[in-house]
Design a protein around this ligand. Sequence first.
Ligand SMILES: C[S@@+](CC[C@H](N)C(=O)[O-])C[C@H]1O[C@@H](n2cnc3c(N)ncnc32)[C@H](O)[C@@H]1O
Length: 556
Amino acid sequence: MNTFPVHLPQTLATVAQLKGGPQFLDIHGNVVETGNLSPKIAQEPLLAETYEKLLTSRTRKTAGAFYTPLDVAEKLTEVAVLEGPVVDPACGGGIFLLSAAKRLAALGGDPKEIARNQIFGSDIDEWAVAVCRWELAHWAGIEPEEVQGVTKADPLTEKPSGWPDQFGAVIGNPPFLSQLHRTTSRTADRREELRSRYGNLLKAYTNEAWLFLAMGLELLAPQGQMLLIQPLSLIGARDASEIRKKILTEASLVGLWVDQSTVFIGHTEVCAPIVRNSLIDKKQVVRYTGRTIQEVSSVEQPSDPEDWGGLIADLMGLPSTEFTGSGQVEHKATTTAGFRQHFYGLVPGVSEQKEEEIKHPLITTAMVDPFNCLWGQKSVQFDGKKWERPVVDLNLVAEFDKAVGGWMRKRQRPKLLISTQTKVIEVVVDEKGDWVPLTPLIIVEPQEEDLWALAASLSSPIVSALAARQTAGAARSVSRITLSARQLLNLPLPSDKQALNEAIEIAQFIHKSSDRNLERSWLLFGETINRAYGTKNKDLISWWWNRHPEARKQNK
Ligand SMILES: C[S@@+](CC[C@H](N)C(=O)[O-])C[C@H]1O[C@@H](n2cnc3c(N)ncnc32)[C@H](O)[C@@H]1O
């Protein structure tokens, strides 16, 4: 039955009694005896806050039980709740539901009627449910058993019986269960259960919180509003794309709260989309920031689920990204990247280069500097060893692993290599076509005559800004650009061919130059390639240059 220490209900009951509300009932409806209480425990104004403190850190992590501070819940509720009934599908101790009850009372409702008929919630934690019912009853001046809309249930798999068909508002802070961590990743049974209910919305890395958005949409009445706190990764994560699409095509995104003020212990960056259950014409998204839920400027609703980064780009200090392009990388090149086996498959074939030996240089991420491959100029780590001039014997690689050998052979052609997790996109050009790329480098393979056009385009300030915008939200912060080989295909190419040719010349000059101070050439390159994209944004250049590795070298 309950997995919590036996003293817990009694402790809560004692706190509850101290707070002077109705008697605390356990889930069987029996009055819990009160006992002695440590004075520290009674300090929190809400019983829910006391309860949260009594949870073990493991329970909090595995259930995603990080309750919302009351001030934040109250302000968010004010923005999102326009009418009842209201539901919080993962209500915990009821902090959001209490805020919603107060909001409905402020809109003219009677507290007793509200607590009995307008407030609904569920949680898988039976004691949280009990605390929530007590909290609402205490506020309304009724008995906890009269708060019948709050029940123990998992609404992701089954809608609790007794809930109305539709709600005026869905609010709350569902559990963030990231699939990237072992403690919060779902079991195979759970995956099956959710897959049968959510179909292609469920991907390998679907956070449980995103599914609450899909479920919440189904609960909303026409014109009803939903606000559910989410990890910021909702904005940019690849596996959240279907959920973003569902919101855009079945409803309207009318607001977005973005917080980086560490409101929640354990989650630094959160957001909360405000979704209205109707397709409206004037698609403006009102944005709010910070713990005080301050309204800032509105932006247009994105039409593309892959471009939600634009909703927060300026708030994260990214420059604006207007440009005129002509086609995309996919029209000129294919892109690919190796996996784990391509990394480990190289191990038997790598050796230090001997005099006169002709083998293929092994290129690692650490050797990639913009337009400059540092092979032979700096030592690198690979397979737990330090290497000065690592080369690869592809025959040996193929002997050990035919597939990896074959894949590497195919890469033996003129190409670009791009390192990931950098502050701006960094490209090196393999004109001869004999380099062997080490995972996780991204490989771009154009026609030979387009090599430098693509290198210059991908190295442009505007393309780095666009990629950072895509990254915004997907990573923990926008300081590093994370791009996949597939995302690279959608990046734009410039429209002004003359300016592009000028930029190529400067890029090749930088590539060949042994000069140490290349700041002027780089800035000229940035301005010229930006011109090729029809953008004159000076902020864009300084944003890019501030992040550029060459600028960091100059400052040393
Ligand atoms: C982040 S807490 C938020 C609680 C409350 N809404 C608040 O803002 O204070 C998330 C809650 O979701 C509950 N929970 C976890 N998985 C759940 C599920 N599948 N269905 C319902 N509740 C769940 C946890 O027990 C926890 O109380």
